[in-house]
Design a protein around this ligand. Structure first.
Ligand code: SF4
Length: 108
């Protein structure tokens, strides 16, 4: 069923249906037809209908939760990477200072 037919069936606007798909992080037709059944429905479209009538929430979609988990994971990785870069910069600075001191000692 197209978003328009679903919207008609639920007596909602196309925009309201698209908004639910967007909340579920589904923007392409492929996204809208994952149909993995992890939410208990046979299709993503049925899940959208369940969300529309407030029987389910976006958090009940396994794919949505997985994407959210990955976002949290990537945020953590990014934070760790920034710390590693900072530590590397500090190490390089320290190496430069030590090299200079050793060179000065060698010259004296
Ligand atoms: S869990 Fe999410 S991706 Fe899987 S069928 Fe349900 S709505 Fe679609």
């Amino acid at each position: 069923m197209s978003s328009k037919k679903l919207a008609d069936a639920l007596k909602m606007s196309d925009e309201e249906i698209e908004s639910i798909y967007k909340d579920l992080l589904k923007s392409t037709e492929e996204d809208k037809q994952v149909n993995c059944r992890a939410c208990g429905y046979d299709t993503c479209e049925q899940m959208v209908a369940a969300i529309a009538i407030e029987m389910k929430t976006k958090e009940d979609c396994a794919r949505y939760r997985k994407i959210q988990d990955m976002i949290v994971l990537f945020d953590g990785l990014q934070a760790n990477l920034q710390i590693m870069v900072k530590n590397l910069e500090t190490t390089v600075e320290a190496y430069a200072v030590i090299s200079r001191i050793l060179q000065e000692k060698a010259e004296n």
